[in-house]
Structures are given as structure tokens and as C-alpha cells.
Design a protein around this ligand. Structure first.
Ligand code: T4K
Length: 383
């Protein structure tokens, strides 16, 4: 048990962060970075990016991985490559990048409600939001747990809409023995520093569609199809070699990162399981999970509400997060553009009010988790 050094200092002099990067593989990274300097090739489809793309595609069992500079630009490119415009249906309960990737391209995000149990899109709500202006659906595998893929695919087929998945949380996860990455027309990954598997900044579009992959490759490099030959509008979405070096170095540790996340997850869950009013979000053990988010929901039986619990943790330098409060529809510009959106998003609003995400990953110890859970027990059980 970590004890407070005195009555005024927080229990942890160094904060415990959600999203603290996993940085194993430092020697491999430095070797690869050294070779990169020797080659004098730092970006623009270099050998490390190509090797990284090959490893990701093999790992996920997909035909193509197009490495991108970050997940947000990967979303933007995938959205364009799929020809989405007008209105696109997404959850509001997601990181703001999912909505911004549309708005940034003058596409209207239409927010559909979630299932309050899974936190993922409710297919019935998606159906209700489809209009003649709808040109696509973006499902999010929130917390790494698969979105309702089968139902969304059926809806997309029925209405002839492209289906894209924001799989920013779901690297290393599977649904019914199939790795996430191979669903819909394409899926988008994030390898941001805060993800359990990171390339500093980074992302990817993964797909089994040859033409889509080709288009995405053009779009990430200004539309160049060879020297002096631009054949398509494009942007700069290229991944730098140094980022691919980090990804290749981290690849050797994917399983061990997941094992540590799993250990931490069960330490939290076992310690909090009998506490009235606190639910630790479950992972289906029959599926592959990366366990990178430890998510608690604070219900009415808890003596303290979510904000009070987060404040108590913050006071001890345990920087729990209120992801994804208050929901995209209550952030700018969507709050002003769609002032009545909440009326159709009751589950989003309720879930956003009760979720907190706790620190995990390779930089936190079981002893520290023990302190965090004792603190939650103390605050949530106080009369
Ligand atoms: N779709 C979804 C569903 C996503 O969750 C995300 C990103 C995206 C799309 C877009 O992908 P990217 O374009 O980012 O590749 C963080 C991340 O920046 C973001 O990548 C992530 N989702 C989101 C869930 O979390 P913030 O605004 O919470 O970041 P920040 O700066 O508050 O940092 C989070 C925590 O991590 C803090 O406790 C500090 C800690 N941290 C962060 C960094 C960068 C470290 O300890 N070390 C670090 O190097 O968004």
C-alpha cells in the first residue's frame, strides 16, 4: 500500500497517467533509428514504413495496411477515399476526432445513440438516423470492444452505404477469431503515444479492398503516382521513418503489453467487484482483447458520484479521465450546430456522466493499483 507522505502532499509525487506510453524495445528502436540516419532516408515511403506496413497487415490478416501520420488524418483520408459526403452517421460517444474528421471536410456528422451496456453504436438508432442524405456509417470499436459489426454490415448493405470502422482503440483485438482490421470497407487504427502500441504519432488505414488501398496511398502523398505525375487530389498523410522504427521496435512486445494490461485489468476488477455502485466494464474472454482501457461506471448506489471519485483520485495525483464526456454533440462546433441533439442521445448522455478511465499499462505497478482501488472503495463506500 502506498501511504501519503504527509497530509498535504498527494500520495504519488509522480502522477499516474491514463495513456502513459509503453516504451519497451528501446535498443531495437535506437538501432533502427541509427540505420535510418545512415541511409539518409527519413520519410516518403521509406523502408521502415514499408516493413511496418507489412507487419501490421500480416498481424491483422488483411491485404493492405497504409501507414498514416496519425489516426485523425487516416480517418479523413479513408472518409474521402470512400466518397462520403453530405451526412455520415457516427456515435457521439467517441473521441472528438471521429466527428472532426467529417466536419473538417464539410461533411455533417449525424450522431446516433449507443447501447448503454456495450457503449457501442446501437444499430436500431443508426437505422433511425438514415436519411436520403446519408452517405456512410462509421462504427467505433470503443475501448477495443467490437462494434455490432454484423448488424452494421447488414444495415450498410441494405442502404448501399460504405461502412468504415474507427478502430483507434482496437489494435490486437478480435471478433469471432477474426482480427479487427478486416471489417467493413476499411478500418482506421491509431498508434498515438497514448495507445498501448504506439509509433509516437501514427495511424493506418487497413483494408482488403485493393482499389481503396491504392486510392488511400495516392491521397496520403499529394496524389503523386510517380515523379512529376499528380493524378489525384491529396494531402500529406505520410508516416515518418522514425515513427515506423518505434512501431517495429514495439511489435516485439505487443503480447507482453497486452499481458500486462490484462494483469492490471483483473487487479482492478477483483478489487472493485463487490463495491456497490461501481462496475468495471467487462471484456468478453472468448474474444481477443487488448485490455488497454480500465473503465469504471459509477452508479447511483455509490456514495460519491463519478466527478467526486475522479476529484478524489486527482487529489492523490491519480489522473483518471472522464473519457468521452460530455459527448461530441456537447462540444464545439456540434453543440451550437445541433442544439437539440441530446434529445435523441439519452444513453450517450447517461453513460458519459458515469464513466471514468483508470491508469494502466506497463508504467503502473500492482501496488499502485492497490492504492487506487482502496481509495475508490473509501470514497464510493463513504456514508
Ligand atoms: N478515434 C478514436 C476513437 C480515438 O480515441 C482517437 C484518439 C482517434 C480517433 C484519433 O487518433 P490520433 O489522431 O490521436 O492518432 C488522447 C490521445 O491524444 C488520442 O490519441 C486518443 N484518441 C485519446 C483517447 O486520448 P487526450 O486529449 O486525452 O490527450 P492528453 O494530452 O490529455 O493525454 C492523455 C493522457 O496521456 C494524459 O494523462 C497524459 C498522458 N500522456 C500523453 C502523452 C502524449 C503521457 O503520459 N505521455 C505522452 O507522451 O487524447
Amino acid at each position: 500500500m502506498v501511504e501519503r507522505p504527509d497530509n498535504t502532499s498527494p500520495a504519488f509525487s509522480t502522477p499516474l497517467h491514463v495513456g502513459r506510453p509503453n516504451t519497451a524495445g528501446r535498443e531495437t528502436f535506437l538501432r533502427l533509428a541509427g540505420e535510418m540516419f545512415d541511409r539518409g532516408w527519413l520519410s516518403n515511403d521509406g523502408p521502415l514504413v514499408r516493413e511496418f506496413e507489412k507487419r501490421v497487415a500480416e498481424y491483422l490478416g488483411v491485404r493492405h495496411c497504409v501507414a498514416i501520420c496519425n489516426g485523425t488524418i487516416a480517418l479523413e483520408i479513408a472518409i474521402r477515399a470512400l466518397g462520403m459526403k453530405g451526412e455520415v452517421i457516427i456515435p457521439s460517444y467517441t473521441f472528438i476526432a471521429t466527428a472532426h474528421a467529417l466536419h473538417w471536410q464539410h461533411i455533417t456528422p449525424v450522431f446516433a445513440d449507443i447501447d448503454p451496456v456495450t457503449h457501442n453504436l446501437d444499430p436500431a438508432a443508426v437505422r433511425r438516423m438514415i436519411t436520403p442524405r446519408t452517405t456512410g456509417i462509421i462504427g467505433v470499436h470503443l475501448w477495443g470492444r467490437a462494434a455490432p459489426v454484423t448488424d452494421l454490415e447488414a444495415l450498410a448493405n441494405e442502404y448501399q452505404l460504405p461502412l468504415l470502422f474507427d478502430a483507434a482503440h482496437a489494435f490486437g483485438c478480435a471478433l469471432n477469431q477474426k482480427m479487427i482490421g478486416g471489417f467493413g470497407r476499411a478500418e482506421v487504427l491509431s498508434f498515438h503515444a497514448t495507445k498501448f502500441f504506439n509509433t509516437f504519432e501514427g495511424g493506418a488505414i487497413v483494408t482488403n479492398d485493393d482499389q481503396l488501398a491504392e486510392k488511400a496511398r495516392l491521397m496520403r502523398n499529394f496524389g503523386f503516382a510517380g515523379l512529376d505525375n499528380v493524378v489525384h487530389p491529396g494531402t500529406n498523410g505520410k508516416m515518418a521513418e522514425v515513427c515506423a522504427a518505434m512501431g517495429l521496435a514495439n511489435f516485439d512486445y505487443v503480447d507482453s503489453f497486452i499481458e500486462t494490461n490484462r494483469r492490471n485489468y483483473y487487479a482492478y476488477r477483483d478489487a472493485l467487484t463487490s463495491l456497490p455502485g461501481i462496475t468495471v466494464l467487462g471484456y468478453d474472454e472468448t474474444q481477443r482483447n487488448n485490455f488497454q482501457y480500465v473503465v469504471i461506471e459509477v452508479g447511483p448506489e455509490s456514495a460519491a458520484n463519478r466527478d467526486e471519485i475522479v476529484a478524489a483520485l486527482n487529489a492523490e495525483n491519480v489522473l483518471a479521465r472522464k473519457y468521452f464526456w460530455p459527448g461530441c454533440h456537447r462540444m464545439e462546433p456540434y453543440r451550437v450546430l445541433f442544439p437539440h441533439a441530446s434529445l435523441l442521445l439519452p444513453n450517450t448522455t447517461a453513460v458519459a456522466e458515469r464513466v471514468a478511465v483508470l491508469p494502466t499499462g506497463t508504467t503502473i505497478s500492482l501496488e499502485q493499483i492497490d492504492f487506487v482501488t482502496r481509495l475508490i472503495r473509501r470514497v464510493a463506500a463513504a456514508a
